[in-house]
Design a binder for this molecule. Structure first.
Ligand code: URA
Length: 298
């Protein structure tokens, strides 16, 4: 079940809103008792083994969605109307001309993500090519404003050929949804595209073999913001960076793209104490994205 994690987030946010004096949350319309009712409803619906879209009653689903939008809008300094889709972000065309293209951008050799995937999906440039079940290129909106980069596929991802579909992936999806964005609107990929056996960290050689693929993905997607998840993508894209606990939430850049590192969702599943900080990061970059790209570019 991954709804408890979502519930944890909702509870977390309510606490935060209470501390902040509730901002734009309409308490009369959505009192704490309502949140408790939703959470209780989800608990009693016994969603442990369930896929939410199949099992949540329509009423509970709507409440959660409304709650999500209310909570998300409370972190934006505007009125509480909230668009859930990313297209309201400024068109990247408007800022891309302000940044000089880097060498890496000009090295893009595939016209589209689909071409790029086709080119590399049979890759045997490192030993992971022998042990993988499926090449996990990435998934999501090819013009996403928000690009998440994890470490490498786990067993579930290796089996399905898709990134972040296991337990950590479901937490990531919940976190994205809680900031008012649908997962299909973002793009999600990893530093390495094939599963390191036993879920070990990828070696520097494996990372070096895969980095040209990632660089081309980043150039083709041209996101407003890259969010790295955990230490491996942080230290790959920002060599020499201090560890994630020291720099999480800080605005950095990778080539010409703004980058914010945060915790890996698998770490959050094991260290619930870090949830508050991760939530702070998500809320902060979610608000920046929703209020337009300028905040990210400054
Ligand atoms: N962990 C990652 O870093 N990536 C995935 O795709 C899944 C789990």
């Amino acid at each position: 079940m991954d709804y408890p994690t979502l519930m944890l987030y909702l509870e977390n946010q309510l606490d935060w809103l209470k501390k902040k004096g509730c901002g734009h949350l309409n308490i009369e319309k959505l009192p704490q008792v309502e949140l408790k009712r939703v959470i209780q409803g989800l608990k009693t619906a016994n969603l442990c083994a369930a896929r939410p879209s199949e099992q949540v009653s329509q009423a509970a689903g709507v409440q959660i969605k409304e709650l999500r939008m209310q909570l998300a809008s409370s972190s934006v300094s505007g009125p509480p109307e909230f668009e859930t889709a990313i297209p309201q972000f400024l068109d990247t065309e408007s800022h891309s001309s302000e940044w000089p293209l880097t060498d890496s951008a000009s090295e893009v050799s595939a016209d589209s993500l689909a071409d790029l995937e086709k080119k590399y999906c049979t890759c045997q440039r490192c030993p992971l090519g022998d042990t993988r079940k499926k090449f996990v290129f990435g998934s999501g909106n090819s013009k996403a404003r928000l690009l998440f980069i994890g470490e490498g596929p786990g067993a579930d991802e290796d089996a399905q050929g898709l990134p972040f579909v296991g337990r950590a992936g479901r937490l990531l999806t919940s976190m994205i949804e809680v900031i008012g964005i649908d997962r299909p609107d973002v793009y999600v990929t990893n530093i390495v595209k094939c599963r390191p056996p036993g879920n070990r960290n990828p070696t520097p050689e494996e990372i070096a073999c895969c980095q040209p693929i990632l660089d081309q993905q980043v150039s083709l997607i041209n996101p407003d913001l890259i969010v790295t998840l955990g230490n491996v993508p942080l230290k790959t894209l920002i060599p020499g960076s201090p560890g994630i606990t020291k720099v999480r939430g800080q605005r950095m850049s990778y080539q010409r793209w703004p980058l914010i590192p945060t915790f890996h969702p698998a770490y959050l599943l094991r260290n619930r104490n870090a949830l508050d900080q991760a939530w702070e990061d998500f809320r902060s970059f979610g608000a920046q994205l929703h209020s337009g790209s300028e905040a990210l570019l400054s």
